[in-house]
Design a protein around this ligand. Structure first.
Ligand SMILES: Nc1ncnc2c1ncn2[C@@H]1O[C@H](C[S@+](CC[C@H]([NH3+])C(=O)[O-])CC(=O)[O-])[C@@H](O)[C@H]1O
Length: 324
């Protein structure tokens, strides 16, 4: 798949899936996205993608590091050039990736999140899978390596769409597709066996509507895998931070795990279960040469790492599974 054929590759791939019924509706959203005035940056990223080495990688592996190509597929000079091109897609937040020996040490160790989530989910083998808010697409590759029949990621942030294509263009036969859309743009497909949404709910102004939108993508009995920030507390506790939470502006609701289970039941999910919770460590989210902005350490109270700089509880993330 090249960046120039991604839409047609997606349409072709859904022809023999239940998503086929919604082809017109997808086409309308994707055409709207393409016809929107493109930012100068988007044009620049598009050009940069075309500069990536035009060779077949000698191998790839979709393990903790998404690794495409080997160190000696490129000369030293070509590797320096590749590194410069990839730096044009900074900040790199979700990974790690390795392209032809250029290791992208991202802000997040997204492999650690996957290790926490994977033991608790239904098998993805031969399943149609959706990841809502997929970022760079790191977890999409991990889902493919669990033998899903098709994986679709959606995320409206254009930079992440281009980051994804830095790797996907080398693996054209993977049945893996990225739609630069928000959950609210999707038709109500009721088609996916598993729907993931990790790290998105607290960014949504209306979290119950968001849960309903996720539910509308699932087949009957399909599995939701939801990861989000939580606070300690009983089912009546939900934090609505002021202007910022851990310096992020767009954080609206952080429920307790108990309250989250109530929300899931309220929108009609069955058998909702908390399967993991974890306080984010400074080793999991940190500044790196590929993400040089401030990171978690700067967002915590320097005297007391159990609090954010605003005085709220430090980020704790929980994973829930539930059935439609
Ligand atoms: N309406 C929307 N629809 C879909 N996605 C959205 C929307 N609004 C924002 N996003 C996207 O949700 C992602 C949240 S990051 C989680 C990445 C990955 N899942 C992870 O678990 O590491 C979490 C974080 O870094 O705070 C971003 O990529 C947004 O563009």
């Amino acid at each position: 798949m090249s960046i120039n054929t991604w839409k047609n590759d997606f349409y072709r791939a859904i022809l023999d899936t239940p998503l086929c019924k919604y082809l017109d509706s997808f086409a309308q959203c994707l055409n709207n996205w393409e016809n929107k005035v493109q930012h100068a940056e988007q044009k620049r990223w598009h050009k940069q993608l075309a500069q990536l080495p035009n060779i077949n990688p000698s191998n790839f592996s979709l393990g903790d590091t998404i690794k495409i190509g080997a160190n000696d597929d490129l000369s030293d000079g070509e590797k320096i050039r590749l590194q410069k091109i990839l730096q044009n897609f900074m900040p790199w937040r979700k990974g790690p990736f390795d392209l032809f020996g250029v290791n992208i040490d991202t802000e997040w160790r997204s492999d650690w999140k996957w290790q926490r989530v994977l033991p608790h989910i239904s098998s993805l083998e031969n399943k149609l899978v959706l990841d809502v808010g997929c970022g760079s697409g790191y977890h999409l590759f991990r889902m493919m390596s669990e033998k899903a029949s098709q994986v679709i990621g959606v995320d409206p942030t254009s930079l992440f769409f281009y980051q994804f294509h830095c790797f996907k263009q080398y693996l054209p036969s993977l049945n893996l597709h990225y739609l630069p859309l928000g959950i609210e743009d999707l038709p109500e497909t009721k088609s996916f066996d598993t729907v993931f949404s990790m790290g998105v709910l607290y960014h949504r102004l209306d979290p119950l509507l968001f849960l309903k939108q996720l539910k509308q993508q699932l087949v009957k009995d399909g599995q939701l895998v939801l990861e989000t920030l939580v606070i300690d507390g009983d089912q009546n506790q939900v934090l609505v931070p002021g202007e910022r939470y851990a310096q992020m502006r767009n954080v609206f609701f952080i429920p307790s795990a108990e309250a989250m289970l109530v929300w899931l039941a309220k929108v009609g999910f069955k058998d909702a279960e908390l399967v993991d919770s974890n306080v984010t460590s400074l080793e999991e989210q940190r500044s790196t040469p590929w993400m040089t902005n401030h990171s978690l350490e700067d967002f915590l109270d320097p005297q007391d790492h159990s609090k954010t700089v605003e005085g709220y509880p430090a980020p704790k993330r929980a994973t829930f599974v539930a059935r439609n």
